[in-house]
Design a protein around this ligand. Sequence first.
Ligand code: MN
Length: 132
Amino acid sequence: MPATKILIVEDTPENLYVLQRVFRKEGFDIVTAINGKEAIAIVAENLPSLILLDMQLPELSGYDTAKLILERTPLPIVAITADAFPEDRERCLELGCVAYFSKPYNYREIVETVREILSETDRREKGEDDRD
Ligand code: MN
């Protein structure tokens, strides 16, 4: 079975490096983007199973990126943000993001949440297959 593909969108090289390393070690197939436009282009041609999205991106914000992606494809998006305001969490979830982490975050927690979301998606897809 091929590894599950995750797209990580993060403009800060150190953060991208760590996230990438953590998730590769967990056995995921990782694709990366350093801005929203790149992320949208990747999603269009190479659909990942989940997106880890930094909300503070240059030009196109993470919020706009999530909105544009979700308008086309109902992908699970996990928001990662440096903002510590409670309304930012609301904003991310209202947009349709499935989970939210604010920095400094716990990598173990992110990995666990990602695994839960993926197995939930998987169960749902299998359930739909059963009905056919
Ligand atoms: Mn950023």
